[in-house]
Design a protein. Structure first.
Length: 299
C-alpha cells in the first residue's frame, strides 16, 4: 500500500490542540488530559510546525485561536468526538448507559457530589460523567446530555427547567463579629473585612442597596476567584463573605458559618437544568433528569 500524499499529523498534537481550543486555556486543557501545561504548549507548537501556520495568538496575557485555528477546529472537531464516542462505546460494559452532566464546580461540590451515592444506588447501571466548569459548554458540540446553569433561565437553543432559587446573605465564622454589630449590618460593613467573589464583583453593593444600606467601600477587601474559595476564607475567620444558597447551606447547617443578619434574600437568578432543544435524551439521561428534579424539589 502506498503512503498517502498528505501524512496525518501526530495524534498527540491533535489531541492537545483540540483540548486547548475547546477549553480556551492551556492550563484547563492540561488538567483535562492529565498532562502538564508545558506539554500542551509543546504539542500545539508541534502541530503548528506540521501545518506551517499559527493556530493560537499568544500576544497579551492569554491565548486565543487565530482564524486558521478556528477553521481547523471546526473541521477536525466532529472526527475527534466521533473517535471519543466510539472508544467509550467499546470500553463500556454491556447494558450500561453513560450520561454527561456539566455544572459549576461550587454547586457540584456543595450540593450534588455529597448526594451522588444515592443516585448510584438507585441507578447502578448508569455511569455519570460529571464535567465541572465555569465555562459555558456547547452541549451539542461537546456531546453533553444535560447542564445545570446559573442565570435567568433563557439560553438560545436550550430548554431550561427551574431547579433551585439562589438567595444571598452575608456569612462569617462564629465569633468573628466580636465588636457587637450582629444587629447593625451598616456598622459591620464599615468595620469588618469584606471578602469578594470575583465572579460577582458587585454583590456587596447589590446586597447593601437591597437592604437600604450604604454600599461599602471595598478598599482592603479580599478578592477570591470563586464562591467556594470565598467561603473557605470566611470559615477561617478572616472576614464577611456573601453566602449564596444552596452552596452555603451545608456550612450553615454544620455551624462552621453563621448568617449574622438573618435570612438570605433572592438574588433574581436561579439554577436551571438544561438540555439541547430538539435533541432527544437517552433513557439513562432521562433518569438522571428526573432524579435531579426530585432532588431539587426535596432541597
Amino acid at each position: 500500500m502506498t503512503e498517502p500524499r498528505t501524512p496525518l499529523p501526530p495524534f498527540a498534537a491533535l489531541r492537545a490542540f483540540h483540548a486547548a481550543a475547546v477549553h480556551g486555556r492551556f492550563r484547563d486543557a492540561a488538567a483535562a488530559l492529565g498532562i502538564t501545561e508545558s506539554a500542551i504548549s509543546h504539542q500545539v507548537r508541534r502541530l503548528e510546525d506540521f501545518l506551517r501556520t499559527a493556530l493560537f495568538d499568544r500576544s497579551g496575557n492569554g491565548v486565543r485561536l487565530t482564524a486558521a485555528g478556528r477553521q481547523y477546529l471546526e473541521q477536525i472537531d466532529p472526527a475527534i468526538r466521533q473517535i471519543q464516542a466510539a472508544t467509550e462505546a467499546m470500553l463500556r460494559p454491556a447494558g450500561r448507559g453513560v450520561v454527561r452532566l456539566t455544572m459549576p464546580p461550587s454547586l457540584a461540590a456543595t450540593w450534588l457530589i455529597p448526594k451522588l451515592g444515592a443516585f448510584e444506588r438507585a441507578h447502578p447501571d448508569v455511569d455519570l460523567q460529571l464535567v465541572t466548569t465555569t465555562r459555558v459548554v456547547d452541549l451539542r458540540r461537546d456531546q453533553v446530555d444535560l447542564a445545570i446553569r446559573h442565570g435567568k433561565g433563557t439560553w438560545p437553543g436550550l430548554d431550561a427547567a427551574f431547579l433551585l432559587e439562589e438567595a444571598a446573605t452575608p456569612v462569617c465564622a462564629p465569633g468573628y463579629l466580636t465588636f457587637g454589630v450582629g444587629d447593625c449590618p451598616q456598622e459591620a460593613l464599615y468595620r469588618a473585612r469584606l471578602i469578594v467573589n470575583a465572579r460577582f464583583p458587585d454583590e456587596w453593593e447589590e446586597w447593601a442597596r437591597a437592604r437600604g444600606l450604604e454600599p461599602p467601600s471595598l478598599a482592603g477587601a479580599v478578592t477570591m476567584d470563586a464562591q467556594e474559595q470565598a467561603l473557605q476564607v470566611a470559615e477561617g475567620g478572616h472576614g464577611l463573605a456573601i453566602g449564596r444558597r444552596p452552596m452555603v447551606d451545608d456550612r450553615l447547617a454544620r455551624g462552621v458559618l453563621i448568617a449574622p443578619f438573618g435570612d438570605a434574600d433572592p438574588t433574581g437568578a436561579a439554577y436551571y437544568l438544561c438540555r439541547a432543544t430538539d435533541t432527544p435524551l437517552t433513557a439513562a439521561a432521562r433518569r438522571l433528569e428526573r432524579w435531579l428534579i426530585e432532588l431539587a424539589a426535596a432541597t
